[in-house]
Design a protein around this ligand. Structure first.
Ligand code: MSP
Length: 521
């Protein structure tokens, strides 16, 4: 992580840029919401954060999608890119920039960066023959195919032969191995690091990085008959947004201390090609790539091609189209969807997506635990304390529970484990509910003992509210206001703000409507 001379940490986090061949779905939302929660956590602890997402708009797949609809690629990408922006707005995603690879700033950076690699002698002309999957925008060998088809999409591959420029990836085998050995945490989880490393040890072939067969791409500056292959231009987005080639000072502030959050099928691009490209251009490789798994429906990755395939077979379409992010948020609310995405599928493993599991998680964690704590505390403060929240007890049994939750949650956020951070936060919610049940303040006479219990429950709730801010920003604001606090939880600075004793007492506590009314299972 980069540090200022003043000691403030920098946190640059990226999502992959999404293909605009079709609309955003809940699999994309999983990736983006996780990156967003990590960005929000780092803002909460006072880091200087730059959170980048965007759209990947060149290549055969996007050109095909536009042609199928009878519109020009530029028009199609404008429409679809806007849908991604809208989906992220609808999920309260707090990205600091949104990059489109069709923007002039990106073209300029790609040309500058690749010219540098060319000048350094790592790009040369050759002929490429191979089996190509348009959906992956990638070549496969005969052995990699499954029943003669693309192993990811199950689509037929096409034979391609082109005069291409090649990047001399093979020249970086040894340097990549040395890099992996010198930076054991550069790729996580460890299993993914090993996968990348064994791919490199298996021997690297040079890769074809330009196309003459299509013109929907960034022109090669030294030979305008070619455009760059979409993956080769796409990876460079991470540099465009931080000023590579035109704002060196800014670039050096943010690079290489980056965290690339990516899905497991694009590991080779990010963990083999990308560090080698950086080395070839004379910059440091990215500091950290974190590889997550897939959300699956019935064991299959959600994707536009799956939706289309099922539609052709006349099955399952309704089920798959039901999982556009906006359909879920209009049903459950933004924060419940965010919570589900963050809590149910640990980053790094695959998870099964189902409507039933959202409902189950909603009822147990949000309605029964968090929602119940908020309404219980407010109700009893109303009946026993005239609606004015008392101050917490310095010796409350909830104090160690709060301290444990803060410590575990912050360790987990640091390790890119939002599900564990939320688990830790919910342990505190559980402890607060249990303490209320054990002491039953609703049955007791008003007085100092009841005040101590309720003040401590309010303090636990204040700390919970801080800890849920990265995951559920709107809910955090709502609880903050209900317990009478001013400002916004997102404006607080952890860890200091989460120390026991911050709830001042004497504030009006509002009951309000249930935050998460129970759903029928
Ligand atoms: N455009 C490339 C990335 C270029 S980055 C320089 C691309 N785009 S994509 O739209 O196909 O996928 C973007 C990301 O979304 C990938 O990391 C992918 O793993 C993720 N997901 C797509 N479907 C997903 C699920 N069903 N579940 C989890 N993540 C999923 O690849």
């Amino acid at each position: 992580m980069g540090r200022y001379a003043t000691g403030v940490a920098r946190f640059y986090i990226t999502t992959p840029i999404y293909y605009v061949n079709d609309a955003p779905h809940v699999g994309h939302a999983y990736a983006t919401v996780n990156a967003d929660a990590l960005a929000r956590w780092h803002r909460l602890i006072g880091d200087d954060v730059f959170f980048l997402t965007g759209t990947d708009e060149h290549g055969a797949k996007v050109a095909e999608a536009a042609a199928e609809r009878g519109v020009a690629p530029a028009e199609w990408t404008d429409i679809t890119s806007e849908r991604f922006r809208g989906a992220w707005r609808g999920l309260e995603v707090s990205n600091d920039d949104f990059i489109r690879t069709t923007e002039a700033r990106h073209h300029a950076t790609v040309q500058e960066f690749l010219q540098r690699i060319y000048d350094n002698g790592f790009i040369e002309l050759g002929t490429y023959r191979g089996l190509y999957c348009v959906s992956c925008e990638d070549y496969y060998t005969e052995e990699q195919l499954v029943d003669g088809k693309c192993p990811v999409h199950g689509r037929p591959v096409i034979e391609m032969q082109e005069d291409n420029y090649f990047f001399k990836l093979s020249a970086f085998e040894q340097r990549l191995i040395e890099w992996y050995e010198s930076a054991p945490d550069a790729v996580r989880p460890a299993g993914k690091r090993n996968e990348a490393l064994s791919f490199i040890r298996g021997g690297l072939r040079d890769i074809s990085i330009t196309r003459t067969s299509l013109d929907w791409g960034v022109p090669v500056p030294w030979d305008e008959r070619h455009v760059f292959y979409v993956w080769y231009d796409a990876l460079i987005n991470y540099l465009t947004a931080i000023g590579y080639g035109h704002d060196e000072e800014r670039f050096e502030e943010w690079w290489p201390a980056v965290h690339h959050l990516i899905g497991k099928e694009i590991l080779r691009f990010h963990c083999v090609w990308w560090p080698a490209m950086c080395m070839a251009a004379g910059i440091d490789p990215p500091a950290h790539v974190f590889v997550h798994g897939w959300l699956l429906v019935g064991g299959q990755k959600l994707s536009k091609s799956m939706v289309a395939a099922r539609a052709e077979e006349g099955e399952g379409l309704a089920k798959l189209t039901e999982i556009a992010p906006e359909l879920l948020t209009s049903d459950f609310g933004v924060d419940a969807v965010r919570y589900h995405l963050l809590r149910d599928t640990p980053l790094g493993t695959d998870g099964d997506f189902s409507y039933e599991s959202i409902v189950a998680r909603y009822n147990s964690d949000l309605a029964n635990n968090l929602g119940n704590l908020v309404s219980r505390v407010a109700t009893v403060v109303g009946s026993k304390c005239g609606g004015i929240g008392p101050a917490p007890d310095a010796d409350s049994p909830l104090r160690p529970a709060a301290e444990e939750a803060c410590k575990s949650a912050s360790d987990a956020w640091e390790r890119f484990a939002p599900h564990e951070a939320l688990e830790a936060t919910w342990r505190l919610i559980g402890a607060a509910n249990a303490h209320l049940e054990a002491t039953e303040p609703w049955k007791a006479e008003p007085g100092p003992a009841v005040d101590a219990v309720l003040g401590s429950a309010l303090e636990a709730l204040r700390i919970v509210t801080l800890l849920i801010t990265p995951a559920m920003p709107e809910t955090a604001e709502a609880i903050w206001a209900r317990i009478g606090l001013s400002g916004s939880p997102g404006g607080e600075r952890l860890p200091d703000a989460a120390a026991w004793g911050g709830y001042p007492g004497g504030l009006a506590v509002e009951k309000g409507a249930p935050l998460f009314p129970r759903r029928k299972p």
